[in-house]
Design a binder for this molecule. Structure first.
Ligand code: BJW
Ligand code: ZN
Length: 242
């Protein structure tokens, strides 16, 4: 059997599926990945901006980067890969989508059970109190301030050195541990603890990625190619092609 048919058989046999997605799933919607070409913004690497230290040093710069990304995301549409995962959820008795992406495209594609382990770009939260809100602001303006306490608001995402939301993370760990199949799509699997989820899988594993990653040799089936087409193929029902 070729790898795609092998992977489709695993998908059809599994009653409990967990999926871990990364920036590669949204790349074909026109959203730059972090570590690939096109990830640069004004010569900054994402790793230089997605930190509490960067925000402390220059909150205006960090907000400009997030507003630029918000504009790209607002103009983007979910692609065939997002849609295929939503379809797979409808067909699978127990299905959990764990995403490192903050863009909200899985929700817009119709996925229901989504664990956003790195937060949500449309959320702003206070650096001084528990205030938070969802807002659609995309145009550059001064750093937004908290209506309750006056401190700066920050993007509601998880930066390097910060803990992941505890309950969401615990649910993600449980979903992977309890799954019969884990699909890992469009992530370089370099950022922890997210990448560590792959090691928790006790069942079969499928990787979908343009390139090899440090986990490729350990997975049951590695599919090389674009997420949009490969996830679409994976979610097709019916007998394998041959
Ligand atoms: C396609 C495709 C197509 C493209 N089709 N495929 C040493 C060892 C272990 C850990 C650490 C360490 N040193 C430091 C750490 C910790 C650190 C970390 O992991 N660092 C590593 C870089 C080494 N982790 C943390 O700090 C985390 N927190 C933490 O550990 O807390 C501990 C703590 C506990 C208690 C108290 C306090 C602290 C937090 C990590 C947060 C990551 N945040 C970001 C930003 C989110 C907000 C935002 O979006 O701005 O998350 S960084 C960025 O990387 C973002 C992503 O979600 C994440 C992962 O990236 P992803 O999705 O994998 O994207 P890429 O670009 O890397 O890869 C894309 C892939 O797609 C590639 O493989 C392509 O080939 C592929 N591809 N097009 C198919 N069309
Ligand atoms: Zn506040």
């Amino acid at each position: 059997m070729n790898p795609l048919d092998q992977a489709r058989t695993l998908v059809e046999q599994a009653q409990r599926i967990a999926v871990l997605t990364g920036a590669g799933v949204s790349a074909e919607s026109g959203i730059p990945t972090f570590r690939g070409p096109g990830g640069l913004w004004r010569n900054y690497r994402p790793e230089e901006l997605a930190t509490p230290e960067a925000f402390e040093r220059n909150p205006q710069l960090v907000w400009e980067w997030y507003r630029w990304r918000r504009r790209l995301i607002a103009a983007a549409e979910p692609n065939a890969g997002h849609l295929a995962l939503a379809e797979l959820e409808r067909r699978t008795p127990v299905f959990t989508l764990i995403t490192q992406n903050v863009d909200g495209l899985h929700g817009r594609a119709g996925s229901r059970r989504i664990l956003k382990i790195h937060g949500d770009i449309w959320l702003s939260r206070c650096t001084g109190c528990s205030y938070q809100r969802t807002d659609r602001a995309t145009e550059d303006e001064a750093v937004p301030l908290c209506p309750d306490c006056g401190a700066m608001l920050r993007p509601g995402v998880v930066w390097f050195g910060e803990p992941l939301p505890r309950l969401v993370w615990e649910e993600a760990e449980r979903a992977v541990y309890d799954s019969q199949l884990l699909i890992v799509a469009g992530t370089s699997a370099q950022v922890y603890p997210a990448a560590g989820l792959i090691g928790l899988a006790r069942g079969a594993t499928i990787e979908v990625n343009l390139d090899e990653t440090s986990f490729s040799k350990a997975v049951t089936v590695a599919l090389r190619g674009g997420c949009a087409e490969l996830l679409r193929q994976l979610a097709l029902t019916g007998p394998p092609s041959g």
